[in-house]
Design a protein around this ligand. Structure first.
Ligand code: HEM
Ligand code: NAG
Ligand code: NAG
Ligand code: NAG
Ligand code: NAG
Length: 324
């Protein structure tokens, strides 16, 4: 009886350990046997597009972020809507994601060599890495083995993604609930060294901060004056570079901008309101970003683990825009 009990304790113990390993069970080289050229094939698709249109790198990085923050990194950001369901993609008009053709190109090249093997969620993680490294950013090893989800719901994108108006407490809570730290927050925000933003994402900081026609006192007032020449009140079409002059290059300028109170969003400015994040911003300045590149790879790997489907859950989609 005692042996039997001990035996069942062991079984339960191993079941728990296995489950834990599986839920985080991504590994570098996951497709070593089943699709050995996966990284080459994905990289070729990224190079084909991004070397011609470097501005695509930014939305490709952002796409993996959005995928991971809504239902975990399960490729749900790629699913098209159906008649009965409005998918995350429907938030596109508002969220201005683009670059889906790069994912589709990678997927169809992969299907030719390894039919039904590589998930769209993994493609997103690799594409984000390759896009960043192609425009002078760091590179890192991407643990793989995610599977694709079968669900995508518009309203989840609206409620789960951080907004540009979030304060530090809200951001910390949002990141924390997904297993990301305050350090991940300040490091990943450095992705805003790339790309553009619509005026409406920070319009109230220039024109109507507290509803009295005022400006955000936490933004460089001279910078606001410059931005106002580009963004008219209630402008919904114009975009501005987030890191003016080098928005197509991955570098450490973001921390420079934030420290000068020239980050575009309240969520950027808010990094100066907490000691840990402020210290990080200033440390990257004084050391010319000495740890940012390395930190970014680490935090991207952390982000890539959010809510992943592994093992037998989910599926490997045939086409990234549709469930099988
Ligand atoms: C901390 C919370 C974050 C907030 C509130 C936020 C918010 C935003 C907003 C409002 C835009 C501009 C959208 C537009 O007006 O068109 C934007 C753009 C962008 N974000 Fe974030 N973001 C956050 C975190 C991240 C993370 C973690 C990454 C990636 C690591 C990222 C990468 C980007 C990139 C690359 C762009 C430019 C996209 C383009 O040029 O098309 N952001 N973000
Ligand atoms: C999927 O949706 C995108 C836009 O969200 C659209 O451009 C594309 O044509 C759709 N694909 C199919 C096959 O319906
Ligand atoms: C876009 O944003 C507006 C204003 O926040 C909101 O009313 C609308 O429902 C959003 N549309 C989608 C498709 O998310
Ligand atoms: C942060 O924003 C939330 C939600 O808007 C609000 O409830 C909270 O009071 C704010 N916190 C601070 C410190 O301003
Ligand atoms: C500023 O905000 C207030 C309160 O939300 C609103 O009543 C007013 O119309 C806004 N002014 C402009 C110029 O948008």
């Amino acid at each position: 009886m005692a042996t039997l009990n001990l035996f069942s304790v062991f079984i339960i113990y191993f079941a728990i350990v296995l489950r834990f390993v599986n839920s985080q069970g991504l590994e570098v080289g996951f497709y070593k046997k089943t699709c050995p050229n996966v990284e080459k094939i994905v990289k070729k698709a990224v190079v084909d597009y991004v070397s011609i249109a470097p501005t695509l790198a930014a939305p490709l990085l952002r796409m993996h972020f959005h995928d991971c923050f809504v239902r975990g990194c399960d490729g749900s950001v790629l699913l098209n809507s159906t008649k009965s369901n409005q998918a995350e993609k429907d938030a596109i008009a508002n969220l201005s994601l683009r670059g889906f053709q790069v994912i589709d190109a990678a997927k169809s090249a992969l299907e030719k060599q390894c039919l039904g093997v590589v998930s769209c969620a993994d493609i997103l993680a690799l594409v984000a890495r390759d896009a960043v490294s192609l425009i002078n950013g760091p590179t890192w090893q991407v643990p793989l083995g995610r599977r694709d989800g079968r669900v995508s719901i518009l309203s989840e994108a609206t409620t789960n993604l951080p907004t540009p108006f979030d304060n530090f407490t809200t951001l910390k809570t949002r990141f924390g609930s997904l297993g990301l730290s305050v350090k991940d927050l300040v490091v990943l925000s450095g992705g805003h060294t790339l790309g553009v933003s619509h005026c409406f994402s920070f319009g109230s900081r220039m024109y109507n901060f507290t509803g009295k026609g005022d400006m955000d006192p936490n933004m460089d007032q001279k910078y606001i004056a410059q931005l106002k020449t580009k963004c008219k009140p209630n402008d919904v079409t114009t975009t501005v570079e987030m890191d003016p002059g080098s928005f197509k290059t991955f570098d450490t300028d973001y921390y420079n901008l934030v420290s000068k109170r020239r980050g575009l969003f309240v969520s950027d400015a808010t990094l100066l309101t907490n000691k840990q994040t402020k210290d990080y911003v200033l440390a990257q300045l004084s050391s010319r970003g000495s740890t940012f590149f390395e930190d970014f790879g680490v935090s991207m790997v952390n982000m890539g683990k959010i809510g992943v489907l592994t093992d037998k859950s989910g599926e490997i989609r045939k086409k990234c825009a549709f469930i099988n």
